[in-house]
Design a protein around this ligand. Structure first.
Ligand code: ATP
Length: 266
């Protein structure tokens, strides 16, 4: 890990609880300029919670979070102008057209309207949505909406980009484009924080993989480093090994057996 480069993100002893549930129990993480972090973990591990805390969307945490060297709890929200975010379950304003939505989002990030519009229309064309630029988003397919969200996250040229399951609904060609865009942005010095369950994509695009389980980071390193430390070969297998999961066959057999019971009680 190149610790000589600029520290973009620093989390120390981050804890978060919802009611009686301890979601994060002491997360420590330093992220440096140009890194693509693959942030993985079982369902409910707290990945989205970590990201939302960093974005200032969730309060009530303990510990310290610094972004661009600034404590995010100090009341100065200007750091958000340099951040892009593709949320997991996005509420897009369905009644807006892509043109209206992207111009609006650009302005929220401090761009002026004509600059946002000028960039948005060209980006939309690159993603094959030129024909529907002035159509309401309510008429879009899932993948088309996802493309709009990705464009919205990049429009203001952010230095730090959080992506929560960004490829959901995208076809194979679009996935290839997004993977390449992320690699090129990182090469330009942007920092990418990529949370996903699609292990083969995380394995390929991340230069550093961080595994969250039981409220803590239990593995942190490049794919090659994780492979050396663990017996298993693919990231999916390493994930299963590190999270102590070896029952997929047994669970599948039990499920199939229950499914087959249908009608037996009639
Ligand atoms: N607003 C909330 N109120 C109460 N509990 C919450 C809230 N948000 C998240 N949680 C709980 O916090 C835990 C972590 O949720 P989170 O969404 O961060 O997990 P995740 O790792 O992103 O999961 P997934 O992989 O399924 O998306 C879960 O137990 C969830 O039920």
């Amino acid at each position: 890990m190149d610790t000589n480069s600029e520290k973009i993100l620093s989390i120390s002893n981050l804890t978060m609880r919802y009611g009686a549930t301890n979601v994060l129990t002491g997360v420590d993480l330093d992220v440096y300029k140009g890194q693509i972090i693959g942030y993985i973990g079982p369902n409910g591990a707290g990945k989205s919670t970590t990201v939302k805390i960093m974005l200032g969307l969730v309060d009530g945490y303990h510990g310290n979070v610094e972004i661009f060297g600034q404590d995010i709890s100090n009341g100065d929200n200007s750091y958000k102008q340099r951040i892009g975010y593709v949320p997991e379950n996005a509420e897009v304003y369905d009644n807006l057209t892509a043109s209206e939505y992207l111009t609006f989002t650009g302005q929220l990030y401090g761009m002026d309207e004509s600059e946002a519009e000028y960039k948005a229309i060209r980006l939309v064309e690159k993603f094959g949505l030129g024909d529907v630029y002035h159509t309401r988003i309510s008429a879009y397919s899932k993948g088309m909406r996802q493309k709009v969200l990705i464009i919205a996250s990049l429009l203001h040229d952010p230095d730090l980009i959080f992506l929560d399951e960004p490829l959901s609904g995208l076809d194979a060609n679009s996935v290839m484009i997004i993977k390449e865009i992320l690699a090129q942005l990182a090469a330009e010095g942007k920092t990418i924080f990529y949370s996903s369950h699609i292990m083969d994509v995380v394995e390929k695009i991340s230069n550093r993989i961080v595994l969250l389980a039981d409220g803590k980071i239990i593995a942190d390193g490049s794919f090659e480093e994780l492979k050396q430390k663990n017996k298993e070969g693919t990231l999916e297998e390493i994930f299963n090994e590190l999270t102590g999961f070896d029952q997929h066959k047994q669970i599948a057999e039990e499920v199939v057996s229950i499914v087959k019971e249908v009608g037996n009680n009639a």
